[in-house]
Write a protein that binds this ligand. Structure first.
Ligand SMILES: [Zn+2]
Length: 189
């Protein structure tokens, strides 16, 4: 994928595997398709109070389950087992996809992306252009922001702040009042 096809918020533009149109693509059953060709059966609806309700069962979510809050369907993929629950909220241009989970009182907003099998929970916040993916856990009172990346099986907890262009990966554990910022890398290997 050429660099100019990758947009700031991480959504990618490319050739739809079905119709060939050059469009923003969504993952659909392992392929990348444009919105028109996506035939994913919707897995949730947004209720009047902003909470989501499961329209079908997937993962450990049962049809009818009430989840957390999202601002629009652009915040949570209908594909995969991703889900927002508890009092968690995803808003702005943020997107939760794949099998990622956001729950408790967590907040994901701005252009943040949470994907893979990542979990964001307790009072954690992920915002700006930050990304949490792989099997990472972001919990406690943590803030992940700017361009920071948290991936691998890393755990960020306590009152930690991960910001700037920081990369926390591998099996790193960042906790207490740690601040990981600028271009630092925490690998934990
Ligand atoms: Zn298409």
């Amino acid at each position: 994928m050429k660099k100019d096809e990758i947009f700031k918020n991480g959504r990618t533009k490319g050739k739809c595997t079905d119709c060939g149109a050059f469009e923003f693509l969504e993952r659909s059953m392992g392929d990348w398709k444009c919105k028109r060709c996506c035939v994913i059966e919707k897995k949730y609806e947004i209720l009047e109070d902003g909470r989501i309700r499961a329209l079908r069962s997937f993962g450990d979510v049962k049809e009818g389950d009430i989840g957390g809050f999202i601002e629009s369907e652009d915040n949570l993929s209908h594909d995969g087992d991703c889900w927002v629950s508890g009092n968690a909220m995803v808003s702005g241009n943020a997107l939760v996809f794949d099998n990622a989970r956001v729950y408790d009182n967590a907040r994901v907003y701005d252009n943040a992306l949470v994907s893979g099998n990542a979990e964001v929970f307790y009072d954690a916040e992920v915002f700006d252009d930050a990304r949490v993916y792989g099997g990472a856990w972001v919990t406690g009172n943590v803030r992940v922001f700017d361009n920071a990346r948290v991936s691998g099986v890393a755990t960020v907890t306590g009152n930690a702040r991960v910001s700037g262009n920081a990369v926390v990966s591998g099996n790193a554990v960042v906790s207490g009042n740690a601040c990981v910022s600028d271009n630092s890398k925490e690998n934990g290997a």
